[in-house]
Design a protein. Sequence first.
Length: 364
Amino acid sequence: MKAGIVGLPNVGKSTLFNCLSNAKAQSANFPFCTIEPNIGVVNVPDPRLEKLDELVKPEKVIPATVEIVDIAGLVKGASKGEGLGNQFLANIRETDAIIHVLRCFDNDNVVHVDGSVDPIRDKETIDIELQLKDLESVEKRHDKVQRAARTGDKEAIKEELVLRQIKESLEQGRSVRSMSFNSEDYKAYVNPLQLITDKPVLYVCNVEESAAKDGNAYVEKVKQAIASEEAELLVLAVNTEADINELETYEERQMFLEDLGLDEPGAAKLIRSAYELLNLQTYFTAGPKEVRAWTFHIGATAPEAAGVIHTDFEKGFIRAEVISFEDYVHYGSEAKVKEAGKMRIEGKEYIVKDGDVMHFRFNV
């Protein structure tokens, strides 16, 4: 699963990417510094994994991961191919969620492509370009479906109505994610279009160090602007995060965070937020060889979750042996959980819960 970092040139995307992935994407004070998208595989911070490590003492511990993509800065006219528009839009279409970085700090030494700081204008610039690209996709499909609807095709008539609603919404400057559809229409007509403005979005307000904890006036404006959207917001001092990242020891990093009044790096919050944005949760397997976090989609059944490990586990699924994370910690070991009668046997219909510790029995 991929989350793409987007924004205008020079808002801090590549610096943020470096903080998240410890990769070294080029970041500099000029537009289009990023051309090819940089990709980093990022560990998802999870204190539960540390607790299982402490209890089980395995040979190795493997965390869950999310793929983060740093995409080229977008400018006005991108939907018509301006700047690196076509490449940008192709890259963003391949992601599953969007991390939209907005500049919410004043600094005369960092140029802004539009000459002044205005996160709402910046947000609208990108929203409009994404909406125009989606409108292009919807209009192509609408023209085709309209012809079929005129012949009396009932399925085409239903789809034409949904497409017309999307088209009107985009023309009014509303992203698809802010629309509501019944689940059947969404699955049949909306999801197959893979529209960019239908992707879940997390807005990251990039602020100066002094605003890292409580935000600033720019952040308040962004909160008001996204109130009607199905979107999350996170305040982050990206340059400060980069400074924290450069410190060598855990103790030094903690002291820096305490001075700012923060309990953990913002980058850790962002990674977890991206994970949630992608509709992902974690279950664990725990044994002497390894303790491992596995990623599954919210609502997955036990066989589907087993398939994350290997397709054979899903095909030949017999049952799952399940311990809640809380019970594992309370009793201290798998053996003691069993003694207490707290291990559950679950079948094919079981909906996996976040934090389940699982063994799968299968036969192929």
